[in-house]
Design a protein around this ligand. Structure first.
Ligand code: DX5
Ligand code: ZN
Length: 228
């Protein structure tokens, strides 16, 4: 499959005010963003707990935006279909939970990707995770969506780790990866530019959009980074 990546902006709801979630969602939808990023944390894979499938189902009722659900959980295979039924359009899960004794459990990944899915599936890697684990994955499964974490997952508002951009360059140049590369953590107008230059095409931004006093301007500044 040949896929030509498009540039997209995905505000992360983690930084929104949950006491008025519908308004928060409508606000970014009105500004004009491309996806809604929802962070699911289980208090086990990461030291924080957020939302589950029921919440995603209610969010689905509040917006037309595609829902980009990022699973930071230890057993993603047990929850993918529940998030699909809840209305997720993209579901990403971490490669780290499939690494056992220095090897990726390709069989389990093949099983997941062989099943029929309504949502698009993608894989995530954390800043310390070595790229050597990705080559066998790309050879074995039809992966066209990769999320590169640019902070250690678990919390919003952390500082961008520039070294992760070497992974993005490696994916685009050495591995000739042509699919979507999303970047998540510490994105603002400066870090967005370097992420796009390295080869990312989807920007997740939590604090930079939701905590801004001018969200429209924040989104415009992120879109500026798409210009060559
Ligand atoms: C972190 C989450 C991110 C987070 C990004 O574990 O995956 O999506 O919301 O937040 P900011 O943009 O504030 O770094
Ligand atoms: Zn995320």
């Amino acid at each position: 499959m040949v896929y030509y990546p498009e540039y997209k902006i995905a505000p992360s709801l983690l930084a929104a005010d949950y006491s008025k979630l519908r308004e928060e969602i409508e606000d970014v939808e009105y500004i004009g963003v491309d996806l809604l990023h929802i962070d699911v944390m289980d208090g086990h894979f990461v030291p924080n707990i957020t939302v589950g499938p029921d919440m995603v189902k209610d969010i689905r009722k509040s917006t037309e935006l595609p829902l980009d659900v990022h699973l930071m959980i230890t057993h993603p295979q047990e929850y993918i279909s529940r998030f699909e039924s809840a209305g997720a359009d993209i579901i990403t899960f971490h490669i780290e939970v499939f690494i056992k004794e220095n090897k990726v459990d390709i069989t389990s990944l093949q099983k997941i990707f062989r099943e029929k899915h309504r949502a698009r599936l993608g894989m995530v890697l954390n800043p310390p995770t070595d790229m050597k684990y990705f080559q066998p994955v790309l050879e074995a499964i039809p992966l066209d969506f990769i999320l590169v974490m640019s902070v250690n997952p678990g919390f919003g508002g952390q500082e961008f780790i520039p070294d992760v951009l070497n992974k993005v360059r490696y994916l685009r140049t050495e591995l000739q990866f042509k699919g979507d590369i999303e970047i998540d953590g510490g994105i603002n107008h400066d870090t967005a530019r370097s992420a796009i230059e390295a080869g990312c095409n989807i920007l997740v931004a939590g604090s930079y959009i939701f905590k801004s006093s001018d969200r429209k301007k924040a989104v415009e500044l992120l879109r500026e980074s798409f210009k060559k």
